[in-house]
Write a protein that binds this ligand. Structure first.
Ligand code: BEZ
Length: 393
């Protein structure tokens, strides 16, 4: 009897060894709970919804599972409110027990999520917020970004404004928080490298949209160009007000592409002719983008934008991690390795991640033509983020 028991035990051992050798994790969980922490209300509501839809599209294309692991969702509206960020992120991790957080849009809220992710060793994928600190001094093994750093589109626009359009002076206008400040920092670096000079930085608090005083000041300063960072509802209002103030035909208006992405229907003629830089355009000649746009429009009955792409790529990143881990989400080293080393076939074009886990991608020059952000060429090829202060190797 004893001998039979020993034989049975040893047989069980061999089976489990064989399973491991084939990469089938013995205790692998069969589902992963994704905590979507996004703005579903307020000035960034459309951005949050589009990220969510992009993410869903990719998961649905895979049949709802990634490498055999079912994807479940918990959703939380962060209202783009940084003061509620720590509590909201802690709720997802500690109460809802999510395995991975996906979020968010607003840099200030994302900073709180990054802190909670690091304190609780939770995987975090950021599908928009560009706060430089997150892939700078706060960079970490378990934090990834599928979007951009705030510096990247700003830098590209500064280069183009100086080198291609030959402007010498510029005024910047933005919301006073990390995203605006860092976008302006990128623009200033690119513009001043090309011999331009930023003569005044103007700001309003987030999410205010009272622009009249700033527009009056721009009119009296008479710079060659104006650079803006606004997004969502604020971007719509700024472009309409700029045109209504009679400035559009006199002082060239540029921006990080968020000023015209997902906003063109509401901006109408006021946006026609505006040049911006971003890692996406509405008419890229890429097979992946064509199939993505077709599938997105079929599923959601409207066109995707840059936020939809970033959501889609966030899901691709989770998939790359699960592939490397052969479906065993608990094998964090393999998940991180898969996510950081993949080359992604993004609707934006080829996408890889820098050592700080920030996208390295082409920055495009776009022009609003007939209601779309039309591709004009590559402004800066395969641009990374300086990732100043990141010690990750
Ligand atoms: C940010 O807060 O980082 C951000 C928000 C909207 C668009 C782009 C960046």
């Amino acid at each position: 009897m004893r001998r039979i028991t020993q034989q049975a035990l040893s047989l069980l051992g061999s089976i489990s060894l064989a399973l491991s050798a084939h990469g089938i994790a013995q205790a692998a969980q069969d589902s992963v709970k994704v905590g979507m922490m996004l703005p579903y209300s307020g000035t960034y509501a459309d951005l949050g919804n589009n990220i969510d839809q992009g993410f869903q599209l990719y998961i649905d294309e895979q049949g709802g599972t990634l490498d055999g692991v079912k994807i479940e969702y918990v959703r939380l509206d962060d209202e783009s409110n940084p003061s509620k960020g720590p509590e909201n992120a802690n709720r997802l991790v500690n109460r809802d027990k999510v395995d991975v957080m996906v979020g968010t849009v607003h840099s200030g809220v994302a900073m709180a999520m990054a802190k909670v992710a690091n304190d609780t060793d939770t995987l975090l994928i950021i599908p928009n917020a560009g706060a430089m600190a997150i892939t700078g001094p706060l960079c970490s093994n378990n934090i990834f970004r599928s979007s951009f750093s705030n510096w990247q589109p700003g830098y590209a626009m500064g280069k183009v404004a100086a080198d291609k359009f030959g402007h010498k002076t510029a005024v910047t206008v933005t919301w006073k928080y990390a995203a605006g400040d860092e976008s302006v920092q990128g623009f200033t670096e690119g513009f001043e490298e090309g011999g331009g000079k930023v003569v005044r930085n103007l700001t309003v608090p987030f999410p205010d949209v009272e622009f009249q005083a700033l527009l009056t000041e721009i009119a009296s300063l008479k710079p060659d160009a104006v650079y803006t960072f606004f997004a969502g509802g604020g971007a719509v209002k700024f472009v309409l007000d700029y045109a209504a103030a009679g400035l559009k035909d006199n002082i060239s208006l540029y921006g990080a592409g968020f000023i015209t992405d997902g906003t063109l229907q509401a901006q109408g003629k006021a946006a026609e002719g505006l040049y911006t830089t971003l890692h996406y355009a509405d008419d890229l000649d890429l097979a992946k983008d064509k199939s993505f746009r077709e599938a997105y429009e079929k599923k959601f009955n409207r066109a995707p934008d840059v936020y939809s792409v970033q959501g889609y790529d966030a899901a691709q990143m989770l998939h790359a991690g699960l592939k490397e881990a052969k479906g065993d989400f608990s094998n964090r080293d393999a998940v991180v390795k898969g996510m950081s080393s993949a080359t992604y076939d993004s609707p934006r074009g080829k996408l890889t991640l820098s050592p700080s886990h920030n996208p390295v991608h082409d920055l495009y020059l776009r022009k609003v033509e007939n209601g779309i952000n039309a591709y004009q060429g590559v402004a800066v090829a395969q641009l990374g983020d300086p990732a100043r202060g990141c010690r990750l190797k």
